[in-house]
Ligand binder design. Structure first.
Ligand code: ADP
Ligand code: MG
Length: 283
């Protein structure tokens, strides 16, 4: 087993003025360099957990917490958000919440988090140019962030997190404002970062993407962990749909095949040829 880089120990959280806990007794570990996905119905606590991982809970949101979260050796409770941000970065579900609302241009917005890191102006310019090209927002650098489309803001939000080079990247449904092509493009950047050693924690509704890329999937339901396992184990469990979760096409297809009394082999989900075969068989 690789080094554990993120750990939750019996972590619970209740927002003020709400009767129920949004997160209940969470215990889990994420290995360094892994691709860890979090899935669950709306309101199951995914975004709350993302906020807790980067320290916005307990430092920014008002509520009651119990237990602890440890990020690369730092307890979130006793570390500042700034300290944590050198290790872990979050791309918010709503990219408009990520904007500083003080930067006059996209370039300033991208450089915003670099401000207090003691790097030279020249290095800052280089980083901004690099990230802008990568995110394909280099044509927008001198625009006002408040005049951008949702998809453009999402790219800027991603860029402003990515530019800080966190070793753990938390993505909370971060392609919702993009068209499918833009979403795939952003996701391929995430994949590359992961291949280069960045630990990725991703909340995503796209079950094909989750099934094909996750090393581990954690399923949340009403603030509780109901399963943590490999994609294969998670999606072969017939109870999974009772938690308000869709399943990837290959699972639907293999079930349909079984119902038609096709001989049922254990299907390797990462094997594209097998998926193609199943699709062919169902035509
Ligand atoms: P998900 O991201 O899985 O849709 P959330 O983490 O956003 O779930 O929400 C989990 C629960 O916490 C929901 O019941 C939601 O209404 C509640 N909640 C989320 N944000 C807040 C907040 N800022 N104040 C009070 N309750 C909140
Ligand atoms: Mg959410």
């Amino acid at each position: 087993m690789n080094k554990v880089i993120v750990e939750a120990k019996n972590f619970s959280y209740r927002y003020n003025q709400t009767p129920r806990r949004a997160l209940k007794n969470l215990d889990f570990q994420v290995e360094e360099g892994s691709f860890f996905c979090i899935i669950g119905a709306n309101g199951s606590g995914k975004s709350t957990l993302c906020n807790a991982l980067v320290g916005l809970i307990p430092h920014y949101f008002v509520g009651k917490k119990a237990g602890e979260i440890i990020i690369d050796g730092l307890k979130t409770e006793t570390s500042t958000i700034a300290e944590l941000s050198t290790r872990i970065g979050l791309v918010f579900q709503n990219p408009f919440n990520q904007l500083s609302y003080t930067a006059a241009t996209v370039a300033e917005e991208l450089a915003y988090g670099l401000g207090n890191r003691g790097i030279s102006r020249e290095e800052m310019h280089q980083k901004v140019d690099y990230v802008a090209k990568l995110m394909r927002i280099d044509q927008l650098l001198f625009k006002n962030p408040l005049e951008l489309s949702g998809g453009q803001v999402q790219r800027v939000a991603f860029g402003s997190t990515f530019i800080l080079e966190p070793k753990i990247l938390v993505l909370d449904e971060c392609t919702t404002q993009l068209d499918p092509l833009g979403g795939d493009e952003l996701f391929s950047i995430v994949k590359k970062l992961n291949q280069n050693g960045v630990t990725v924690i991703m909340v995503d509704h796209d079950m094909e993407r989750v099934a094909q890329n996750a090393d581990k999937i954690m399923v949340l339901s009403e603030g509780e962990i109901v399963a943590i396992d490999t994609p294969q184990k998670i999606f072969e469990d017939p109870f999974i749909t009772t938690y308000g979760i869709d399943v990837p096409d290959y699972v639907k297809l293999s079930k349909a095949l079984a119902e038609k009394n096709y001989t049922h082999h254990a299907i390797e989900i990462t094997e594209e040829p097998t998926i193609a075969l199943v699709k062919e068989a169902l035509k």
